[in-house]
Design a protein around this ligand. Structure first.
Ligand SMILES: Cc1cc2nc3c(=O)[nH]c(=O)nc-3n(C[C@H](O)[C@H](O)[C@H](O)COP(=O)(O)OP(=O)(O)OC[C@H]3O[C@@H](n4cnc5c(N)ncnc54)[C@H](O)[C@@H]3O)c2cc1C
Length: 449
C-alpha cells in the first residue's frame, strides 16, 4: 500500500559552515576520524544527534571496549593503539577505567569504563584537537555536487535546518546514513533479512561485592536451572559484570525481537519505537530474576537503563573490499592494512549468542584493509565503523569498538591525505597512509610497508 504523502514547500536552507572534513556521528569510529583529521590541521566538524560522544559505548550503555585486545599466539595483549590509547589514557587519568578482564568464557580480554568519564574524555580530546562540535543535530540528507560527490549534509537542530558543506565526508553514523543518502549500495542483514539482534543494556547499583563475588560465573547456571522450571529469558549467554566500583554492575542479557520474532531494525522508526519499550520491559524482567536469585543482589536496584536500544547491525556499505569471517578466522593479511584486530565472530542469533574464535594454533588476529572504508560510487566519502564494507558474519566480529577506532583514525588521516594530494580517498598513496598511522602510534600488523 502506498503511504499517504504531502508536498513540502521548497525552501532556502542556511549554511552552517564550510569545512575540509565533515564527520557524521560521534561513536568510536566518528570520534577517531574527527580527531585524526583535526590533528592533521584540517578544519573539521563532527555532527552528533545526542549531546555527548561515545556512540553505542555511551548512548547504548555498553561501558566496555571489546576488540582492543587479541590472543596473539596464546598471549593476551592489547593490539589496537593510536587514538584508542589517547582515550584510554584520559579515562585512566579520571580513574574511570577498570583493569582488563577476561570475558567470553575467559577466552579474550575486554576493558570496562565509566560511561560519564568516556563522555568527558571525548569532549576534552575534541577541544584539544580544535574539532568544531555540533551536538543535538540530526543528519537527514545530502545535497550532491554531482552524482559522485557530496556537497553538503543537511541537519535538523533546535535552531532549525542547516546545510553543512564539506570537501571530504566521513560517515560514522553506524547505520551508513550518509552513504545511503548519497547512493552508495549497501546490504542489510544476512541476505535473508536477518540482522544481529539488538539488546537494551542496563546497570545495577547497590550490589554487595563481598557476597556477590564472581557472580557472573553463576548467573548463567541460575538461569538454566530456572528455565528447567519454566522461566523464560530473552536469550542465553548473559553478560553481568562489575564496573570499576564493584557495587555497580552492567547487564547485557536482553534480546529485542519484533512480535514476529525478527530482530528489531535500527533503521525502522516504528520498530525502534516498539523496541525501546520492549527493551525496558525485558530489563525489568531479567533484573527481577537476578535480584531474587543471586547472592549479593538482594538490595540492588537499576541505576540506569541505557538511553537507547543497542543496535549491533543495520546497513553495511559496499566498499572496494568486503571483509568476511573467512578473513577474520583465517587471520588474513592485507597489503593495505590500517590496523589489526582479533575479536571473535560474535553472532547474536535468535535466543542465543554464538562465538567463533580463530583456531588455537592460529596467530589470533587479522589485518583490516583500508578498502573496507572506501565506498563504491562516491568519491569524497569514507565510511568507518560498524557500517563499513563487511559481510554479515565479518561484521559480527569487526564491529566492536577496537576495530571502529582503527577505521575512524584511518578515515580521518586518509581524508587529510586526499585533500593534500587533491585526489579521491580511493586514490591516495596507501603507503603514506600507513606511515602516517604508524607515526601516530597505530599498530598496523606485519604487512604494512
Ligand atoms: C547491546 C550492545 C552491546 C555491545 N557490546 C559491546 C561491548 O561490550 N564492547 C564493544 O566494544 N562493542 C560492543 N558492541 C558493539 C558496538 O556497537 C560497537 O563497538 C561500536 O559502538 C560501533 O561504533 P560506531 O562508531 O561504528 O557506531 P556507533 O557506536 O553506533 O555510533 C554512531 C554515532 O552516530 C550517531 N548518529 C547516528 N545517526 C546519526 C544521524 N543521522 N545524525 C547524527 N548523528 C547520528 C549516533 O548517535 C552515535 O553516536 C555492542 C553493541 C551493542 C548494540
Amino acid at each position: 500500500m502506498q503511504a499517504k504523502q504531502i508536498t513540502e514547500p521548497s525552501r532556502q536552507t542556511p549554511l552552517w559552515g564550510e569545512y575540509e572534513v565533515v564527520v557524521l556521528g560521534g561513536g568510536p569510529a566518528g570520534l577517531a576520524a574527527a580527531l585524526a583529521a583535526a590533528r592533521a590541521g584540517r578544519s573539521t566538524i563532527i555532527i552528533e544527534r545526542y549531546g555527548f560522544f561515545g556512540g553505542a559505548g555511551t548512548a547504548a550503555g555498553l561501558s566496555t571496549f571489546c576488540g582492543l585486545h587479541a590472543v596473539v599466539h596464546g598471549k593476551h595483549e592489547q593490539v589496537v593503539h593510536g587514538i584508542a590509547d589517547d582515550v584510554l589514557a584520559r579515562l585512566a587519568a579520571m580513574d574511570g577505567l577498570n583493569k582488563p578482564h577476561l570475558t567470553v568464557q575467559n577466552q579474550i580480554t575486554a576493558l570496562s569504563y565509566d560511561i560519564s568519564a568516556f563522555k568527558i574524555a571525548a569532549d576534552d580530546l575534541m577541544a584539544d584537537a580544535r574539532v568544531e562540535v555540533l551536538f543535538h543535530a540530526f543528519g537527514t540528507g545530502v545535497a550532491m555536487a554531482d552524482e559522485r560527490r557530496i556537497d553538503a549534509v543537511f541537519v535538523e537542530t533546535k535552531s532549525g535546518r542547516f546545510a553543512v558543506r564539506g570537501k571530504v565526508f566521513v560517515d560514522g553514523s553506524g547505520d551508513g546514513d550518509l552513504a545511503a543518502w548519497a547512493g552508495v549500495p549497501y546490504d542489510v542483514g544476512d541476505g535473508s533479512g536477518n540482522m544481529l539482534y539488538p539488546s537494551t543494556m542496563f546497570r545495577i547499583n547497590g550490589v554487595n561485592p563481598d557476597r556477590a563475588g564472581r557472580a557472573w560465573e553463576i548467573i548463567p547456571g541460575l538461569m538454566e536451572a530456572a528455565e528447567k522450571q519454566g522461566r523464560r529469558f530473552p536469550r542465553k549467554k548473559p553478560i553481568v559484570r562489575p564496573q570499576r566500583n564493584p557495587i555497580e554492575w552492567r547487564a547485557n542479557l536482553t534480546q529485542i525481537k519484533n512480535p514476529n520474532g525478527t530482530a528489531v531494525s535500527g533503521i525502522d522508526a516504528r520498530e525502534l519505537s516498539y523496541g525501546e519499550v520492549e527493551g525496558r520491559r525485558q530489563c525489568w524482567d531479567v533484573f527481577q530474576f537476578i535480584k531474587e536469585s543471586t547472592p549479593g543482589f538482594e538490595e540492588a536496584y537499576i541505576v540506569e537503563i541505557a538511553p537507547q536500544i543497542g543496535i549491533r547491525e543495520t546497513r553495511r556499505i559496499h566498499g572496494e573490499y568486503t571483509l568476511t569471517d573467512q578473513d577474520i578466522l583465517g587471520c588474513r593479511d592485507f597489503a593495505d592494512t590500517i590496523g589489526i584486530q582479533g575479536w571473535p565472530v560474535e553472532a547474536h542469533i535468535k535466543g542465543d549468542v554464538k562465538f567463533v574464535f580463530t583456531p588455537p594454533s592460529a596467530r589470533g588476529f587479522n589485518e583490516i584493509p583500508y578498502r573496507i572504508i572506501v565506498p563504491q560510487k562516491i568519491d569524497n566519502l569514507l565510511v568507518a565503523g560498524r557500517c563499513a564494507s563487511m559481510s554479515h558474519e565479518g561484521q559480527s566480529s569487526a564491529r566492536v569498538s577496537g576495530p571502529c577506532f582503527i577505521m575512524g583514525q584511518a578515515a580521518g588521516t586518509a581524508a587529510d591525505l586526499a585533500l593534500g594530494m587533491g585526489v579521491a580517498p580511493r586514490a591516495i598513496d596507501v603507503a603514506k597512509l600507513q606511515q602516517r598511522l604508524r607515526a601516530a602510534g597505530a599498530n598496523l600488523g606485519p604487512s604494512a610497508r
